[in-house]
Design a protein around this ligand. Sequence first.
Ligand code: ARG
Ligand code: ZN
Length: 883
Amino acid sequence: KEIFLKDYKMPDYYFDSVSLNFSLGEENTIVCSNIFVYPRVEGISNPLVLDGKDLKLLSIKVNGKELKKEDFHLDAQHLTIVSPPSGTFSLEIVTEIYPQNNTSLEGLYKSSGNFCTQCEAEGFRKITYYQDRPDVMAKYSCRVEADKSLYPVLLSNGNLIEEGDLEGGRHYALWEDPFKKPCYLFALVAGKLVSRDDNFITRSGRKVSLRIWTPAEDLPKTVHAMYSLKAAMKWDEDVFGLEYDLDLFNIVAVPDFNMGAMENKSLNIFNSKLVLASPETATDADYAAILGVIGHEYFHNWTGNRVTCRDWFQLSLKEGLTVFRDQEFSSDMGSRTVKRIADVSRLRNYQFPQDAGPMAHPVRPHSYIKMDNFYTVTVYEKGAEVVRMYKTLLGSEGFRKGMDLYFKRHDGQAVTCEDFFASMRDANEANFQNFLLWYSQAGTPRVKVTSSYYAETNTFSLKFSQEVPPTPGQPVKEPMLIPVAVGLLDSKGKDMPITSIYHDGTLESVSTHDRPIYSTVLQFKKKEEEFVFSDIPEWPVPSILRGYSAPIRLDSDLTDDDLNFLLAHDSDEFNRWEAGQVLARKLMLSLVSDFQQNKPLNLNPKFVQGVRSILGDTSLDKEFIAKAITLPGEGEIMDMMEVADPDAVHAVRSFIKKYLASELKSEFLRLVESNRSTETYDFNHHSMARRALKNIALAYLVSLEDAEITELALHEYKSATNMTDQFAALAAIAQNPGKIRDEALSDFYTKWKNDFLVVNKWFALQAMSDIPGNVENVKSLINHPAFDIRNPNKVYSLIGGFCGSPVNLHAKDGSGYKFLGEIVVQLDKINPQVASRIVSAFSRWRRYDETRQSLAKAQLEMIMSANGLSENVFEIASKSLSA
Ligand code: ARG
Ligand code: ZN
C-alpha cells in the first residue's frame, strides 16, 4: 500500500507516558505496555488505531478493565479500539513475541546470543501495539527482566533507577528516560557484555559517564570509538553550542545489524564494524568511518531526538542535517579538502545514478510503499548538500543563527523541513526564493555556463542556464535557487579581486580596494541568468562552483588548457581536483568511443604530463595527490553515456591505469619506497596521507603484471604492520589472477579466520574482483563455512561486493543477473530490508544494451512472481520494471 505525504493527518490521540515491562525468555518474551492516553481534541471518542505486526495479543485493558471481543478489532497490521472513553484513559496491553526467531533484525531480535532492538523506522510495532509514528512523543520507563547468568547486562534508554535479583536465577533493571520521544528511539539491550568506561565533562559542568559495550574479547578494540565519541561531544559544543543532556551515554556494538547504526536516546546501537578497530585489523577507511558514524549518531541527540520528524517523509530533516554535521566534524578532525572530495565522489557515484533512475525521489519523497526503502543516498547525502547550501548562502554565522533559532523554536517537537527552512530564513531575514524546490523536485539539475570577456569595458560575463531533468511522476520542473561559488584567476594563476557584479539590472558592489574579496557566491535562480563582473583587467580563467557549492552537473565552456591551468593553480583545492576529474572524464569518454569503434587506444601525452607534475609536486598534501590521481569510477563514466557499456569502460580504465603505470613507473616506485610506514600506526592525517599515496602507487604498479612488481607487492604484504598496508598489498596482489594471488588470499584467511570483520574484507575483496567469470568464484564463497546469509555484513561484503564489479555483474551471458536474482528471492524470506538493498542493483537495467536489458528484466520478472514477496522488494522491483 502506497502512503502519501499529502494525506498526513495529525493523530487523534497522544500518549503522555508509557511504561514497558519486558520478560525476556528463550521460548518467548512477554511485553506489557501501560500507556497514558489523551485525546488531541477534548471530547472526541474516535476509534484509536494501533499498529502491530507479528504479535500475539494476550490481553488488553482500558482503565483497568479487560476489553470484550466486540470492543476491539484485530487484523494483521492493527489493533483498533472501537470507542475509547472520552477524555484521558489508561491502556494496558500484553503481547507475546519470539525474538529468537526474528531474522528481519527489526523490532526485538537476538544477535549472537544477546537481545537487542532496532525500531526505526517502523520496528516498534513488532514489539507491542502502539501508534508507531514519530509525531506521538511520550515519556518512557522500561523494566527489563531476564536470566541473570545469560543476560547479566540489562540496558534501556535514560537513567538506571533500580536493579535487583529475582527468584529463579533472574534479575531486573528499571530505566527511565526523562525526555519525551517517539517510539522509533526506544531501545533495549540484554546480554553478556562488558564496557569500556570513560567520562566527559560538558562545558556547563555536567559529568557524563560514557560506556561502550561489546563482548569481552572485543573490548580492546573500542579505544578509537571512545576517542571519537569524546571528540564529537566536544565538537558539538564548540561549533553548535550543543551539550549532552543526560548523565549517561551508552553505545552497544552488535554483529547483526541491517544498517550502520542507530541513535536511540542515550543507548546508541551500532553495527560492530563501525565500533571495533585496532591497527592490526582495521584500515584507515574503517577508522575514518567509525569517527564519522560515532559522530553522526551522537549528533542526532539534538538533530533527530530533541527535535524530531513529524512524519517519515521528513526523514531528511534529521538525516540530511546530521550527515552535514558529521561531514563537517570529520573535516575539522582531518583534511577539509580530502573529506569534501570523498563526499562529492560518493554523491556522484551513488546518488546521481539514483536520481537519474526509476527510484529517483526528492529529498523529501512524496510517497512510499515501505519507508525502509527511503533511507537512501538522496535523503542522506543529497539532503546534506541541501543543508550545506544554506551555509554557503548565509555564511557560517548566519547558518549558526538559523540553527539556534531552530532549537529555540522546536526543542521537544516533531517538525517538518519547512520549519527548518523558516528558521534559517527568519534568523537571517533572507530571501530564499525557489529554494524549497530542492526538497520537492527530484533529479540532478544540469547547469550550463558560458563565459565572455569584453576588453573595451573590462568586464567578464558568465551566462548560466539550468534544467532539472524529468523523473518518474515529475515530467516538468521549475528553476531552483542554486548557489554558485566563483573565483577568477589571472594569467599568473592568482585570484583577482572581485569588486562589483552587474546582475538583474543592478550593479552590486562586492568588495572595496582595502578589503578585497576573491571568491563570491552567485545566487542563480532563473532558467537563464547572466552575471557581469566589472573592473576585470584581463581575460580570466573562471573557477566555478568552488567547493562544489551545489549538487548539480556542471557543463562549462572551459577548454582543456583552462582546466589544466585550474588544476595547476586554483586556490580552491576542491576545484583543482575537480579540474583534473573533468579532464579525466572527457578523456575516458573519448577513449570509450574509440574502443567501441575498434580503434587503437592512445593516451594524450598532456594527460600523462599532468599526472606526472601532480606526483612530483611536493607542496601538495599526499592524500590530495592520491585523490587527484584516482580516475573517475566506472559507474560515473557509464552514467554519462547514452547506452552504458561496462566492458568498454572497464577496458579503458584498465588501459589508462596500465599506461600511466608504465610511463610513470619510476615515480610510482619512488613513492612506494619513500612513503613506507616508519612509526607505529597512528590515526592522523599525515600518516594516513602517506599510506594512501604509497598504496595507490602500488595499485598502479601491479597493473604492469611484472614479476618484479609482484615481488614488491608480496614484500609489502609480508612486512605490513597494520591492516591498511596489509590489505592494500593483498588487494594489489589480487588484481592479477594466478597462483600467487591464490596463495596470498589463502594465507590472509588463515591469519584472520577468527576475526569476522577481517574475514568480511576478504569476502569483499574477492567478490569485487574484475577477473573474468568471477561469478563462479562468488557462488562457491557462498558455501564457505565463514559465510552466513543471515548476517547483513556478510551479505553486503559478498553479494554487495559482487555488484561493485560492473563487468561481472553485467556479464553478457546474464550469469551475474541470474545469480543475483536467485539470491534476492532467497534473502527476501530471511531479511526483506537486506534483500531490498540487493535488488536495487537491478534498478538501472534500462541503461544497458538490449541483450542485457532482456536478461535483467527476466530476473526482475522472476523476482516479482515469487511467492510471498515482501513489500520492500516489491517496491523496488516493480518501480524498476514500470518506470
Ligand atoms: N537513523 C539511523 C541513522 O543514523 C538509520 C536507521 C535506519 N534503519 C532502517 N531500518 N532503515 O542513520
Ligand atoms: Zn542518521
